[in-house]
Design a protein around this ligand. Structure first.
Ligand code: PLP
Length: 438
């Protein structure tokens, strides 16, 4: 994040603090928004304010066109599609990796599309966590659960007790993680640090550069889960020297439910044999010689496992047209303006709610955590008023104004409905959260 963006953000916040945002402000911001037309490429759920793009991004005409093309080529080319389709299916994961590279700040060889995020955590932790470097893996207590499940499974598979091998950095406030606490957790016993770029609940953006540098100083490797930032926050993984990273494409990148995931491996690690090796990660030139021994591709492509599901990968090819046309810096700028506007409105209109997301632009991802003890029932009431948000226990309504298809007046409208629900105590007409509901 550059300084000029930080100071622009500070200016905006000062303005909103002095002057509560109005609907007229929202309309003016929409009128001057350079990305205002982007939403026309999406299928917007009719009559709904969709604020859940950090859970599942919306379908675009571009994604559908790419999927239709893949289906058509399956019909006409059948097996020849592996080599003759446009783009050829044999190197689909690598080609999509080339397109994603600039979003994460890496070279094309360092990025590939394949597997799921959870599987990628399995294979990357399994490959790179080396107890000889240090027994412990540093994680944090606000992580998305799958990260811990996968890391614990790899530790068990390696014959270690996860309770012993995991060093969990505790949040001080239940919302955020202090980078200083992560740095303080690093010592000679640590082999790997694995953190999210953006915390899934509060939306805190973690300082990847600082953590990576501190990890390296301690002789450890640094890996990140970028699920909540890729496509909305620019990254510079290679320059920071990050060792490996994973992410999904079904959130901000709008590639569809369960879309194939992405991963990054720094080029200094090329040539290692992945923990979950499979023939699709074999050196491409000799893959079809069907040798018994595995030669890893000399790229992140080695971390593919089996045949990529082309029909799940194709929508990403189209969805990336939208991202590339908009530009990641413009998307980040709009996202910050939207979340800033939202935070200003929460401060002004919702005195019973707290903003659980850091206010500084450099510490904020693409969504805002609005906290209230009745967050679950409020989320239900919002859904009945055609506002799609999600609830995250214990007290968070997550609101994600995706810069791809949400406007400032949409944000104004959502807060207006939320204010109405709180003023009428309309949420009291809903059941409290039952066991097992998330
Ligand atoms: C931070 C994070 N990691 C991983 C996942 C999910 O991984 P997978 O796509 O393998 O289900 C999510 C899902 O929301 C997430 O928020």
């Amino acid at each position: 994040m550059d300084d000029s963006r930080d100071s622009a953000d500070a200016d905006r916040r000062t303005a909103s603090a002095d002057d509560p945002p109005t609907r007229a402000d929202a309309r003016e911001l929409d009128r001057t928004d350079p990305l205002a037309d982007l939403r026309d490429r999406f299928f917007l759920p009719e009559g709904e304010a969709y604020m859940d793009g950090n859970s599942l991004g919306l379908c675009s005409a571009d994604a559908v066109a790419a999927l239709d093309r893949a289906v058509e080529q399956w019909k006409t080319l059948a097996v020849r599609g592996w080599t003759d389709a446009d783009p050829e299916w044999f190197t689909y994961g690598e080609r999509l990796g080339d397109r994603l590279a600039s979003l994460v700040g890496a070279s094309g060889e360092e990025v590939v599309v394949g597997n799921s995020t959870t599987v990628n955590i399995h294979t990357l932790i399994g490959t790179f966590h080396d107890p000889d470097r240090g027994e412990k893996i540093v994680v944090n207590d606000l992580d998305f659960p799958t990260d811990h499940y996968a890391i614990r499974a790899r530790l068990r598979a390696a014959g270690r007790d996860p309770d012993d091998a995991l060093r969990v950095v505790e949040s001080r406030d239940g919302r955020t993680i202090e980078e200083a606490d992560v740095v303080a957790a690093l010592d000679d016993d640590v082999g790997t640090v694995f953190l999210p770029s953006v915390l899934y609940r509060s939306g805190q953006l973690i300082d990847i550069e600082r953590i990576t540098e501190a990890a390296h100083d301690a002789g450890a490797l640094a890996g990140f889960d970028l699920a909540h930032s890729v496509g909305v926050v620019p990254h510079d993984l290679s320059a920071a020297g990050v060792d490996f990273a994973v992410w999904c494409h079904y959130k901000y990148l709008n590639a569809g439910p369960g879309a194939l995931a992405g991963l990054y491996v720094n080029e200094r690690h090329f040539g290692v044999t992945p923990d979950l090796a499979g023939w699709w990660g074999h050196e491409k030139e000799t893959q079809f010689e069907m040798r018994r021994t595995y030669t890893p591709a000399d790229s992140a492509g080695a971390f593919q496992i089996g045949t990529p599901p082309i029909l799940s990968a194709a929508p990403l090819d189209g969805a990336l047209d939208v991202t590339e046309d908009a530009g990641i810096d413009a998307l980040r700028e709009k996202s910050l303006a939207l979340t800033d506007f939202l935070i200003g409105l929460v401060d002004d209109r919702l005195p019973d709610c707290e903003v659980g997301t850091p206010r500084e632009a450099s510490r904020r991802g693409g969504h805002v955590a609005v906290e209230h003890p009745e967050a679950y029932r409020i989320s239900e009431a919002l859904k009945d008023r055609s506002v799609v948000v999600d609830f995250r226990p214990p007290n968070v309504v997550r609101i994600c104004p995706s810069p791809y298809y949400v406007g400032f007046e949409d944000v104004y409208e959502v807060v207006d409905r939320l204010a109405g629900i709180l003023a009428d105590r309309a949420y009291e007409r809903y059941e409290t959260r039952g066991a097992g509901v998330t």
